[in-house]
Design a protein around this ligand. Structure first.
Ligand code: CTP
Ligand code: CA
Length: 223
C-alpha cells in the first residue's frame, strides 16, 4: 500500500465515521432506502485506520467488508439506530465525518404483518427522521465536524446552507449529476467548502484518494 512508510499522522485520535444508507422498514419484507453504496465512508475508515487513528465505523447495510484494524464497527439499519450509535460515541471522538446517506423520512407506522396488495393505489405516511449531523453541530465541543452534501440543483448554494445550518468545519460537496461522482462509483468528484467561504475544487479521484484528501484537511483543525 502506498501509505506504508507514511507517518501515522492520526495516531492517538479517535475518529467517528458513518457510512452507507439507512433502511426504514414498512413491514417485515419492505423498506425505504437510497442508492448509497458505502464506498466513500469505508474508504475514509480504511485510510484513517492506516494513518493510525482509532476508528469507530457506524454503518448502514452495505456489501463491503469492514476494514481490518477498526477500533469499533457498529452495524445499524435505521436512522434512529444510527442516531443512537453516533450519540453514544460522540464524546470520545475528536473528529466526526458523516458520509452516511441517512433517510430523511421513515414510515409513520410499521406493520407487524406483511402488507397485502389491494385494488387501487396506496398511500404511505412518512415522518421526518432526526438530522443527526445537525444535532452534533449543536452539541459540539472541541470536535472537528465534517459533512457531505449530495446535490443535483444549485449545489454550492445548498452545500453552504448545510455547512452553516449544521455548524460544520467543512463540507464535502458531491455533484451527483456528474459522471464519475457519487453513488456506487469507485471515483468521486468533490468540492470542499469551508466556513470562510473558500471553495476548493478537486479533480476526479479514486474514493481512496478523496478519503486521504479529506483527512489531510482535518489535520490542521486538530491541536
Ligand atoms: N445527515 C444526517 N442526518 C440526517 C440527514 C443527513 O446526519 N437525517 C447528514 C449526512 O450524513 C450528510 C449531511 O447531513 O453528511 C447532508 O446530508 P444531505 O442529505 O445532503 O442533506 P439534508 O440536510 O438531509 O438535506 P436534503 O436531503 O434536503 O438535501
Ligand atoms: Ca437528506
Amino acid at each position: 500500500d502506498r501509505l506504508i512508510g507514511k507517518a501515522p499522522d492520526l495516531k492517538g485520535r479517535t475518529i467517528l465515521i458513518t457510512a452507507g444508507p439507512t433502511r426504514e422498514p414498512l413491514d417485515p419484507v419492505r423498506f425505504i432506502s437510497n442508492h448509497s453504496s458505502g464506498k466513500m465512508g469505508y474508504a475514509l475508515a480504511r485510510q484513517a485506520t492506516l494513518r493510525g487513528a482509532q476508528v469507530v465505523l457506524i454503518s448502514g447495510p452495505t456489501n463491503i467488508e469492514p476494514p481490518v484494524g477498526l477500533y469499533k464497527f457498529i452495524p445499524v439499519e435505521t436512522a434512529l439506530e444510527m442516531e443512537k450509535a453516533v450519540l453514544d460515541n460522540f464524546n470520545q471522538a475528536q473528529v466526526v465525518i458523516k458520509a452516511a446517506a441517512v433517510a430523511d423520512f421513515r414510515p409513520k407506522k410499521y406493520n407487524l404483518g406483511k402488507i397485502k396488495k389491494q385494488d387501487g393505489g396506496m398511500v404511505i405516511e412518512l415522518v421526518k427522521n432526526p438530522d443527526i449531523l445537525q444535532e452534533l453541530g449543536q452539541k459540539k465541543q472541541q470536535q472537528v465536524l465534517v459533512g457531505f452534501a449530495a446535490e443535483t440543483d444549485e449545489p454550492e448554494k445548498n452545500a453552504v446552507d448545510k455547512l452553516k445550518r449544521k455548524n460544520l468545519d467543512f463540507i464535502v460537496l458531491n455533484d451527483i449529476t456528474q459522471e464519475g461522482a457519487g453513488f456506487g462509483s469507485d471515483t468521486n468528484i468533490v468540492k470542499i467548502i469551508y466556513r470562510d467561504g473558500r471553495i476548493e475544487v478537486l479533480p476526479r479521484m479514486l474514493k481512496r484518494d478523496v478519503a486521504d484528501a479529506i483527512l489531510d484537511r482535518v489535520l490542521p483543525y486538530l491541536n
